[in-house]
Design a protein around this ligand. Structure first.
Ligand code: MG
Length: 381
């Protein structure tokens, strides 16, 4: 154990993921200098191509609809911020929580969930398309940055966190990494945390973006306890400031309530179970979570967003267009793989449909729109 490792083991709780006890990488590498294995993973993620593409991928609103809406990149950064602050309070591994958060959406298609659903429909006869599996595929296979291997060769713990969900049929082909979906055990606390940080980030920024876009109205949101409670308080404290500032004050307080509850309740559950190490964490019930009351408030907000924002007719019009673009691109490439750019065509010789799904999934919103025009319109070459 180096001096750095022993310092880490003082600051980290015994139940945290310790980099010196990592289950390792698929391809052996010498240990990094000046940083640990999870910090190296985080750095590899920040430098990869798929990470930069997140800037031009939709969260709910298509990238060109406005400059102020969240993209997958800003979403991922918000997730990492939340995960890190909770990780520090619980003495979990901040770097691992950050690495998982920054990578969790790398496999997302253009146009958010509409894109993913369309691509999944196209891929049904060939194993389907799941964005969590695709995020893993990006870091394991698709990134081309190293001479010696495909992918980023990340640690087991980082890959475990990236693979948040997985169907049992896919899990069977994933070896060690798929085991927990078959045996129904838990991932590290850092992975459990990144998952909930994702939820805290998106419900709150979707409220903010939904109001900013005008698709949601403040008075509608008063039916949601989490929003209504804080908004009423803000109106009392700051009756004179602009509505926009009142919304920001409200969202800030909502995030704070969720983060504080998550930290307190998880800390309490961990203390109660007192897992001796990460192996005990894996064998335990989930230990990172909200209290029942706050979990219910978060569920109510999610339901509200589902009914009022994600199903808003203007969002549905956009998602419909997006689904059509994805489906038409996929079908055009299947019908004539010669349309594919050279490197993707070479991959297609090995596995036609998966290579096309990889190509389409890797597109940014605007690239997909342009590629669609190039294939279907005479106005663009
Ligand atoms: Mg996410």
């Amino acid at each position: 154990m180096t001096a750095f490792d022993s310092l880490m083991s003082i600051t980290l709780a015994p139940y945290a993921a310790h980099p010196s006890a990592s289950r390792g990488r698929v391809h052996d590498e010498p240990a990094p200098e000046g940083r640990d294995a999870f910090q190296r993973d985080r750095d590899r993620i920040v430098h990869c191509t798929a990470f930069r593409r997140l800037e031009y991928k939709t969260q709910v609103f298509v990238n060109h609809e406005g400059d102020l809406f969240r993209t997958r990149l800003t979403h991922s950064i918000e997730v990492a911020q939340i995960a890190r602050s909770v990780a520090r309070r619980l003495r979990l591994n901040e770097d691992l929580a950050e690495a998982i958060s920054l990578a969790h959406d790398l496999g997302h298609t253009p146009f958010g969930h509409a894109g993913q659903d369309a691509l999944n429909r196209c891929m049904q006869p060939w194993g389907g398309f799941e964005h969590n599996l695709q995020s893993l595929r990006v870091v394991d296979e698709l990134e081309e940055r190293y001479g010696a291997h495909d992918g980023l060769n990340l640690c087991f713990e980082t890959r475990e966190g990236i693979l948040k969900h997985c169907s049992a049929s896919h899990a069977a082909h994933l070896g060690e990494l798929g085991r927990r979906f078959i045996e129904r055990t838990q991932p590290s606390l850092e992975a459990q945390l990144a998952n909930l940080a994702d939820e805290i980030a998106y419900v709150n920024h979707d409220v903010d973006d939904g109001l900013r876009s005008g698709l949601l109205r403040v008075h509608q949101l008063h039916e949601v306890a989490l929003f209504g409670h804080h908004h009423r308080e803000v109106l009392k404290l700051f009756p004179q400031v602009s509505e926009r500032r009142q919304i920001h004050e409200t969202v800030r307080r909502m995030i704070n309530e969720l983060v504080t509850d998550l930290t307190t309740h998880s800390g309490w559950r961990i203390a109660e179970r007192a897992p001796a190490d990460i192996a005990a964490v894996r064998a335990s019930v989930p230990l990172v979570g909200f209290s029942d009351a706050v979990a219910q408030r978060a569920r109510d907000l999610k339901r509200f967003l589902f009914e009022n924002l994600y199903r808003h007719y203007q969002v549905v019009r956009m998602t419909n267009k997006a689904a059509r673009i994805i489906t038409e691109l996929f079908e055009a490439f299947v019908a004539d793989p010669r349309l594919l750019p050279d490197d993707h065509r070479r991959r297609a010789e090995r596995d036609l449909h998966r290579a096309i799904a990889d190509y389409v999934a890797g597109m940014t919103d605007r690239y997909a729109i342009r590629e669609h025009r190039r294939l279907f319109s005479f106005d663009e070459a």
